[in-house]
Design a protein around this ligand. Structure first.
Ligand code: SF4
Ligand code: SF4
Ligand code: SF4
Length: 205
């Protein structure tokens, strides 16, 4: 990717809602932005952003814009947990892209309303169907780029960084274990060789 493409990617990425919801069939907003630049992907794949996002993308890429009626402006929801049914399986924590759920194994989980971006990824994953989307009591809709979309992008990037670091630490721990097993087996072989030598010497004596 040239530096000009990278600049364009950053501009396109900024125009996306940052829900990281995969509804565009890309793994996150950044992957969709890259596909628009590299594969000429269509501009109407972001379902949560709907026509607003499509028009922002059209504007950036100097294409004519579509007319948006008031009904087409999306309202945003957030997730809610029916606490009496939550079994504390922790699945929703793992799928949430922006760390908006807190809880521990076998304990009731909670949504951090300010952090939930309404991506809906957790809803279908809950094994006991105790999650649902509700109208965000704090704000009925949000546009982007906005403080909310920047916040969502930051939470997502922080989670990605944390998971990558955990992965690296696991690999390092495995390597350390393997190398200590190697050293142990090397010492064991050396002791065995010494023992055999001693036995041989006794035979000659
Ligand atoms: S917010 Fe839009 S661009 Fe981002 S992952 Fe969801 S559908 Fe794709
Ligand atoms: S709590 Fe659910 S809906 Fe909200 S951001 Fe996390 S996964 Fe998405
Ligand atoms: S996925 Fe459902 S049951 Fe499991 S911790 Fe989350 S809310 Fe509770």
């Amino acid at each position: 990717m040239t530096s000009k493409d990278k600049d364009l990617k950053d501009i396109i990425l900024e125009a996306l809602p940052q829900l990281q919801c995969k509804k565009c069939e890309y793994k996150d907003c950044e992957a969709y932005a890259e596909a628009i630049i590299n594969n000429n992907e269509s501009l109407n794949r972001c379902e949560p952003g709907s026509l607003q996002t499509e028009n922002q993308l059209r504007n950036i890429l100097r294409q004519s814009q579509k007319v948006i009626t008031v009904n087409e402006i999306k309202k945003f929801s957030i997730a809610e947990i029916k606490h009496e049914d939550c079994i504390g399986c922790t699945i929703c924590i793992k799928v949430c892209p922006v760390d908006a759920i807190i809880g521990a194994k076998h304990k009731i989980h909670f949504i951090i309303n300010d952090q939930c971006n309404g991506c809906e990824l957790c809803i279908s994953e809950c094994p006991v169907n105790c999650m649902e989307m509700i109208v965000n009591p704090a704000e009925e809709s949000w546009a982007w780029p906005s403080q909310k979309s920047y916040q969502s992008k930051n939470f997502y990037n922080n989670k990605k960084l944390r998971l990558n670091n955990q992965k690296k630490e696991k690999v390092l721990a495995r390597e350390r274990l393997a190398s200590s097993a190697k050293i142990k087996s090397y010492i064991k072989d050396a002791l065995l060789r010494e023992e055999n030598k001693r036995k041989q010497t006794k035979v000659y004596e």
